[in-house]
Design a protein around this ligand. Structure first.
Ligand SMILES: [Zn+2]
Length: 233
């Protein structure tokens, strides 16, 4: 009889431990990807490819959100566009072309951008406090391929993002940053395709163009990505 009571007592204790442990474990599985909040994409740093609405108040808002999520136990990552100066996406590397021209290269559509986020330049820096990030994943390092996505480039080469997320047991992601219609969209769609449950926070994103941003939001929704206007709580 005494053994039975002891066993029941142990089971009750174990159940309590599990009850208390569960919410923390759940939180630990949620990751955050802050996409490309770098000097060249912001008006705050007079970037070469500054997106509207990216003044210091936007950067502060994005940083505050990451900081608050970190305090809640979320694991925070960033992506960083990191191009060599002879990168294929720069219009200056295509004679006779202008910024924002759209060309075809080996069957792929390529938007030609002003040179931006050149490796080791001031405006390639991520503007949020680096202490927030578990890791900063660089992308677009191969001069032959663009890489809007934080997961893989247009040539199919993967970054370390998926392995990093898996190492942390992450199944769910909150994604925000610049730009909604390019790198946020591509990163969110690749994350969803890789099986993560994805939420994009619209109020913490900025788009290059209102029309392509609206299309991008619709496309993300159709791919099963959850869209939230602002961060909850
Ligand atoms: Zn780029």
């Amino acid at each position: 009889m005494g053994e039975v009571i002891l066993l029941v007592a142990l089971l009750v204790c174990a159940a309590h431990v599990l009850t208390f442990a569960a919410p923390r474990e759940t939180k630990r599985r949620i990751g955050v990807i802050v996409v490309d909040i770098q000097g060249d994409f912001t008006t705050a740093k007079a970037g070469s490819l500054a997106v509207e609405g990216t003044d210091q108040s936007f950067i502060d808002k994005a940083e505050k959100a990451a900081s608050s999520l970190m305090r809640k136990g979320y694991v925070i990552f960033a992506t960083q566009d990191w191009h060599p100066s002879d990168h294929i996406s720069f219009y200056t590397n295509h004679s006779g072309k202008n910024a924002f021209d759209v060309i075809r290269i080996n069957g792929r559509t390529q938007v030609l951008w002003p040179p931006h986020c050149v490796q080791n330049t001031e405006n390639a820096n991520v503007l949020l406090d680096r202490e927030l990030f578990q890791a900063i994943v660089k992308k677009g390092k191969d001069k032959r391929f663009d890489s809007y996505s934080g997961f893989k480039d247009d040539g199919g080469a993967t970054t370390e993002m998926d392995a990093l997320l898996k190492r942390h047991g992450i199944r769910e992601l909150i994604i925000y940053g610049i730009a909604t219609d390019y790198c946020v969209k591509a990163t969110a769609i690749d994350a969803a395709d890789a099986g993560y449950k994805v939420t994009v926070i619209e109020g913490l994103c900025r788009g290059v163009d209102p029309q392509t941003t609206a299309v991008a939001l619709q496309e993300m929704k159709e791919r099963g990505i959850n869209l939230e206007k602002e961060l909850r709580g």
